[in-house]
Every structure is written in C-alpha cells, then in structure tokens.
Design a binder for this molecule. Structure first.
Ligand code: AMP
Ligand code: GLY
Length: 441
C-alpha cells in the first residue's frame, strides 16, 4: 500500500515509524513532515489546509490510505474531502471532529448522553457570563468554544481574573473560536488520558498516558502543548479503564452514531479521576502529542492493519496488543516556549541519544540548515525511554536527554516522577525489588 500521513510534529514522527514498519506499507509519504519523518518515508511539501492539493497529491502518488495526525485538518473536513474523492482516510469526519472543534458541542453531548463531566454554562454575552460567576467560587474554568491552539482554557484564581478573561475572549481574543465561551465547575483529582481506536460503533482501548502540561518543574509556569508524558497512566488501572469505557467512551460513540455522525479514528479522552470516579475534561479527535510518542512504542499489533479495520468498521472482530513495558517521554523545547522564541539554534547529539538502549528520539520543530540540524519551532524533540519498569524507562529517557547538545533548548527534570513515586511506594510495601505490573494497557 501507498500511505500518506498528514502532519509535521513528533506525534507524526511516532506514527510514521509505526506505519513504515508495517508489512502492509510499500511506501510512506508525509505531508509536510519533518527531518525525523524523512527517515521513515518521503516528505512532500504540501499544505494540509489546501484540501484540493492534498487530494491531487493522493491521486498523483496512488495513495491507498491517508492518515491524519493533527486536529485542524480533521475539524476542517479533510476526511470528508478525501473520501468523497474516493481515497480511503483514517480519522473522523468533519461532523464527528466537532467533538474537539466545539466545547459546546461536547458539553451538550455529555448532558444528552448522561456522561460525567464538569457542570457548565454557555455564553455569548459578557453580562450573562459574569452573572453566572456569582454561582461559582474560584478557581473558575473559562474556555473558548472553538480551536485555539491549546490556549483557549483559562483557570482563573480570582473573580477579577475570571471577569477579565470573559471580556478578553468574548471581545475576540481567538476570533470566531471565542465568539461563544463555556464556564465550568473546577474538577479536583488526578488527570490522565485514555485513547480509543473507534470504527463508528466499537471502541478498543488504545493505551493510556499522563501528560505534563506546565512549562516548568513542579507544574509551575504557563500551560504548553505538553512537556512530557508517561505510559501507561498509573491512575488508570484496568477497572478504571472499564469505567471510562462504559460511562464515557461507549455512550459517546452510541450518541454520535445515532446522530448520523459516527466517530472513526483515534478518540482521545482527557479525564479527571475524581473522588466520584472518572469525569470527562475534554475530547480530542486525534492522538495526543506527546502522548503518542509514549504509547506507540508500546503497540505490538500492526498499526496499519488496526487503522484499516477502524476505517472499514471492522473493529468488532479485532483485538489489540500492547507491551507491558513502560515509556517516559521528555520534550525538549526552545527557550522561551510557549512564549516568544528564536529559531535557528544548532542541535547535536540525536544519533548519540538514539544509540542508547531503549531510547528513541522523535523530531518535531527541526529543520536542516546546510549540514546542521537546527531548531525551528517551540516543541522540538521528544526523547522517549522504554523499559521493564518506570525506573528504567525514566533513567533511559534522561540518559537520552543528557546526550543531546542543544544550548538553545530546555526541558523539565521531573517527567514521570509521579509514576516513579507510585511504583517505588508499591514495591516498598510488597518488599520486592520488582515493580508490579500496574497496567498492561
Ligand atoms: P483542555 O484544553 O480542555 O485540555 O484544558 C487544559 C487544561 O485545563 C486541562 O488539561 C486541565 O488541566 C485543565 N482543566 C480544564 N477543564 C478543567 C476543569 N473543569 N476542572 C479542572 N481543570 C480543568
Ligand atoms: N498533549 C495534549 C494534546 O495533545 O492535546
């Protein structure tokens, strides 16, 4: 098969590595890709926003399957445009991608289907939104309805901050994406993500992970797209995964199917594990980044076969296997990210890091400049360590980080510590050296 992968991040590098390893893949093309994906296939300069150009490229290269990594083209309906042109595509339709494209859509779906989530109100007028704040106490959660490149959520610690956020968002901070806002109850608990491979009717759990969203150690600093992750999620043991599937994922799929917009592709459930059980924070209509980089290396089943089964509605007869190994992924970002940052600083040591046993380097914001590899984005690399235990995975990931020579970058030093702390306390209790298998998913 000829396969086209759309996207250019480290998530796409992790997907590209798995697709290229499939016995079904004759040739992999990536549009636009990055220097890392170029090692897995052929990068093609094509803008995913230009659906006509993507369709033309698929015809020209005789593409049998298109796989879409990021949310923006999905929400813009690229799967509909490809399928209408006779090209098989893996990912949700425009209508199903609304689950990420509109917070209001998802909150109302949860209400209709009885899915546990934070109580909410939706507003287009600042006066009504501010009046609603009187019913809440800080922290208050304010969200732009539409896509805002991961910046559309504000957790306000004071009433003043909440009111200013309302004015800012409804005043056009994110254009039409914040013409409507959602104000939510603040959920307390531990955050985790569950991924499900969906074919419109059936959902198969596809790994779990915990992300580190703040820029600096100890969960300090501004929110980012994710500074590191580990898999599996320690708070999502098997009984909790079952609860999430039964109470959240399955009713969501059933509701979307009933409405005539079945969800096919990777469904990403962002969860808060509260004292009352798991609650949905948000859905994404694609794999997470950096979560993909820590889940994909654990997948044993052939990814292309699995994606085809999902696209063809055949998951009812399918099963997935994951390695019980653990993964810890540390993101290296350009100094200044998520704010202003410079481009063009030289990165060395990727080959040395990749030679360390159990270490994989995924590239995102990199580009070639003459004979050098230089930084060309905010999040630039994800260094993943894989091991029999979280301790081993963590050690390997940070050995990989130490092998990278990039003065222009920074990283967090505490990725995966929560998983380490749990496993150390569990082995201390059981008096064993060996870490228990917390969750093969
Ligand atoms: P989102 O972009 O919806 O993932 O939100 C960004 C982050 O804000 C989440 O990862 C949570 O850490 C936090 N968050 C969002 N909604 C809530 C909520 N209702 N209660 C507590 N934290 C939240
Ligand atoms: N890591 C968060 C996301 O992919 O949205």
């Amino acid at each position: 098969m000829n396969i086209l992968l759309i996207g250019s991040g480290a998530r796409e590098h992790a997907l590209a590595a798995k697709i290229a390893a499939s016995p079904l893949c004759d040739h992999l093309f990536i549009a636009p890709g990055n220097p890392g994906t170029a090692e897995c296939g052929t990068n093609l300069a094509c803008d995913p926003k230009d659906h006509g150009a993507i369709v033309a490229l698929c015809k020209e290269r005789a593409i049998d399957l298109a796989v879409i990594g990021p949310e923006a083209p999905l929400v813009a309906g690229i799967v509909d445009d490809l399928e209408n042109a006779g090209i098989a595509a893996f990912g949700p339709s425009r209508a199903a991608a609304q689950i990420e494209g509109s917070k209001v859509f998802t909150k109302e779906l949860c209400r209709d289907a009885g899915i546990p989530t934070a109580a909410f109100g939706r507003f287009t007028e600042a006066a009504a939104a501010k009046a609603h704040l009187a019913k809440l106490s800080p922290p208050m959660v304010i969200k732009a309805d539409g896509l805002a490149a991961g910046k559309g959520v504000v957790i306000a610690n004071t009433l003043g901050e909440a009111e200013a956020t309302i004015d800012d968002m409804l005043g056009g901070r994110f254009g039409t994406s914040s013409a409507e806002i959602v104000i939510e109850e603040f959920l307390e608990g531990e955050e985790a993500s569950l991924f499900a491979l969906c074919d419109g009717t059936s959902a198969l759990p596809f790994g779990t992970a915990q992300d580190h969203k703040r820029a600096f150690d100890g969960d300090e600093g501004p929110n980012t797209g994710g500074m590191g992750a580990f898999s599996p999620a320690v708070v999502l043991d098997d009984p909790m995964v079952e609860k999430v599937l039964d109470r959240i994922v399955k009713p969501t799929l059933a509701t979307l199917e009933k409405r005539g917009s079945p969800f096919r592709g990777f469904l990403y459930a962002g969860l808060m594990i509260t004292r009352e059980g798991p609650k949905l924070i948000e859905y994404n209509c694609r794999f997470g980044d950096p979560e993909c980089q820590v889940v994909m290396p654990r997948l044993v089943t052939d990814l292309v076969t699995a994606m085809l089964a999902a696209r063809d509605g055949m998951l009812g007869k399918f099963s997935l296997r994951f390695s019980p190994k653990k993964c810890v992924g540390v993101v290296l970002a350009t100094k200044g990210y998520p704010g202003e940052f410079a481009r063009g600083s030289v990165i060395q040591g990727i080959e040395a890091a990749s030679r360390i046993e159990g270490v994989t380097v995924f590239q995102a914001g990199t580009k070639h400049h003459g004979a050098s590899l230089v930084a060309d984005g905010g999040r630039v690399l994800t260094i993943v360590g894989q091991g029999e235990s979280f301790a081993e995975a963590h050690r390997r990931a940070y050995a990989g980080v130490a092998a990278i020579d990039w003065p222009g970058g920074f990283h967090r030093n505490d990725i995966g510590e929560r998983a380490l702390a749990r496993s150390v306390s569990m082995s201390a209790r059981s008096g064993e050296e060996q870490e228990p298998d917390l969750n093969p998913r």
